[in-house]
Design a protein around this ligand. Structure first.
Ligand code: KIV
Length: 283
C-alpha cells in the first residue's frame, strides 16, 4: 500500500524518524521505492543536479510534470510529491490550485510541495480544501535565492528565527501535512518541531526534525560540490568512471562482446547462406 498523509502524521505521533529522498526519473525512482523509503520528492532541485542550471528558477511546470510522470511510473509504495516550480503558485490561490491539480491529474503524484510560509498560507488552504495534500518548505527556499542573496543558512537572528516559527505555524494552520526545514540552526529546528503538530522534515536542520530529506545525487556521491549538510553513502562517480573505462578498454582490446553477449544465427540459416555464398564467405 502507498504511504498516506495519515501515516506521515503517525510517524510524528509515535516518534518514528523517517526518510524522504528525491528522485527524478523512472529507474532511480524504482530503486528508491524498492528500499521502502516512504516519501519520494520530485524536487525542482532537478534543475541543478540533472539539468545543470545554476538555480531552480529556470525550471518550468512542464519540465516538473515530465519528470514527475517518469517517477510515478517507477513507484508503487511511496508517496510521490511533486514540487511546484518558481512562479507556478505565486500569482494567486487559483493559479496555485490549478498548478497543484496538474501534478495529481497529469503526473500521478499524491501530494505537492511549495516554498514559503505566511506568504503562501492562503494558497495552501485553497489547495488543501480541494483535497490535495500540501508539504510546506521554509528556511533556505532556493526559488528565492536572488532575494536571499545566495544559498545561505536562514534563521540565525532572533527576528528571523521568530519569523520562521510563524511561517511553520501558518503552514500547519493552513492544513499542510508536513514542512521541510532547510538550512536553519538545529536548535531552531528543534523548537519548530516541538511547537507544531505536523512533522518537520529537515535538510541541514539538525537531528531533532521528525524526518530528514536528502537529494539522491548527494547521498550517492554524484555531486561535484556537495552541500555541507549532505553525506555520501556511495561513490557513484568513481564506480561509474571505472565501469566506463573497463568497457571502453575491452572494446579496444576486442574482448567485448564475447559469444555470451552475441546473438547466434540459426544453423539452417547458416547452411542456406553457405549454399548461396559458398562456405568460405562465412569463415
Ligand atoms: O527541490 C528539492 O529537491 C527540495 C529538497 C532539497 C527539499 O526542495
Amino acid at each position: 500500500m502507498r504511504t498516506t498523509i495519515s501515516q506521515v502524521r503517525e510517524f510524528k505521533k509515535k516518534g518514528e524518524k523517517f526518510a524522504m529522498l528525491t528522485a527524478y526519473d523512472y529507474a532511480t525512482a524504482r530503486l528508491v521505492d524498492s528500499t521502502g523509503v516512504p516519501l519520494i520528492l520530485v524536487g525542482d532541485s532537478l534543475g541543478m543536479v540533472i539539468l545543470g542550471y545554476e538555480s531552480t528558477i529556470p525550471v518550468t511546470i512542464e519540465v516538473m510534470l515530465h519528470h514527475t510522470r517518469a517517477v510515478s511510473r517507477g513507484v508503487q509504495k511511496a508517496m510521490v510529491i511533486g514540487d511546484l516550480p518558481f512562479l507556478s503558485y505565486h500569482l494567486n490561490a487559483e493559479q496555485a490550485l490549478a498548478s497543484a491539480g496538474r501534478f495529481l491529474q497529469e503526473a500521478g503524484a499524491q501530494a505537492i510541495k511549495l516554498e514559503g510560509g505566511v506568504n503562501v498560507a492562503d494558497k495552501v488552504s485553497r489547495i488543501v480544501e480541494c483535497g490535495i495534500p500540501v508539504m510546506g518548505h521554509i528556511g533556505l527556499t532556493p526559488q528565492s535565492v536572488n532575494q536571499l542573496g545566495g544559498f545561505k543558512a536562514q534563521g540565525k537572528t532572533a527576528m528571523d528565527a521568530h519569523r520562521l516559527l510563524e511561517d511553520a505555524q501558518a503552514l500547519a494552520a493552513a492544513g499542510a501535512f508536513a514542512v521541510v526545514l532547510e538550512a536553519i540552526p538545529a536548535e531552531l529546528a528543534k523548537i519548530i518541531t516541538q511547537q507544531i503538530d505536523i512533522p518537520t522534515i529537515g535538510i541541514g536542520a539538525g537531528p531533532s526534525c521528525d524526518g530528514q530529506v536528502q537529494v539522491l545525487s548527494d547521498i550517492l556521491g554524484m555531486s561535484e560540490t556537495p552541500p555541507r549538510h549532505s553525506k555520501a553513502y556511495a561513490h557513484f562517480n568513481e564506480l561509474t568512471a571505472q565501469a566506463v573505462k573497463d568497457y571502453a578498454a575491452e572494446v579496444a582490446a576486442g574482448t567485448f562482446p564475447t559469444a555470451k553477449e552475441s546473438l547466434a544465427l540459426d544453423p539452417e540459416v547458416i547452411t542456406a547462406l553457405e549454399k548461396q555464398l559458398g562456405s568460405a564467405a562465412l569463415d
